[in-house]
Design a protein around this ligand. Sequence first.
Ligand SMILES: C[S@@+](CC[C@H](N)C(=O)[O-])C[C@H]1O[C@@H](n2cnc3c(N)ncnc32)[C@H](O)[C@@H]1O
Length: 253
Amino acid sequence: MNVNEHEYYNDLANWSFDEFDYVSENYTNWVYEDKINEYANINSRILDLGTAGGEKLLKHFPDCAEILGTDFSEEMIKTANENLARSGRKNVHFKVMNNLEMTTPDEYFDIVTARHTIIDAKQIYKTLKPGGHLILRGVDKLDCWSLKKMFSRGQAFHDVKPISQIDYENILEAGFKDVELVPLHVIEYFKSKEKLYDFLLKVPILMDISEEESNEYDSMPIDYELFEKYVSENTTEKGIKLIRRYYGIVAKK
Ligand SMILES: C[S@@+](CC[C@H](N)C(=O)[O-])C[C@H]1O[C@@H](n2cnc3c(N)ncnc32)[C@H](O)[C@@H]1O
């Protein structure tokens, strides 16, 4: 069944992207949240694109002059405002905005962050102050490759160019300098196959989403026999292994 990306995220609005039940092992020392804290100071204005329910922003972003979290899902922003009220944080607000049709003022933000969401480098460049930074973490083509290969499908499975390279080239083309692209190697261990299965039902890893194609999410059912095969081949003492491949980018205007 094909679902529109916007509907897909609206339906997930009450589920926190911060509550995955796995243990993570990082093999690189580039940490997205640390980068934000490194570049921000008390006077910073930060824009977080594709903020979802704002969980990461509210938990990890430092106190500063202004933080705006945006998402194209109205339901996500509703959840973010509920999370904000509970958090007691100051100088934070949320609004609905499409990352591809940004309505934020020109040369206004010191930092734009984007974690696991689509971006338009030119529009980000416009809204950043000169000297401001873009800090991004993405999910690369090789993410969960052994799983996607077993199913012969999944996020970016059919992409000709890895998403990291597309982002990197677009960021350079937009005019950014000092662009640093870092591959991030992470292994996640799930305690049980039920937890892994539940995770795969929620995240779009096994959905055929391609950079070359539209924003339709193809939510085919997960073949349980193949899933069992993956589990039996990847069960370790630490749990069921899922090899992740993210990428981090820091770029300066
Ligand atoms: C995988 S979630 C990541 C959420 C959060 N940044 C995090 O790292 O936990 C992707 C988010 O991007 C949002 N999104 C996807 N496409 C978007 C677009 N074109 N404009 C704005 N938000 C978008 C979705 O609604 C969703 O909340």
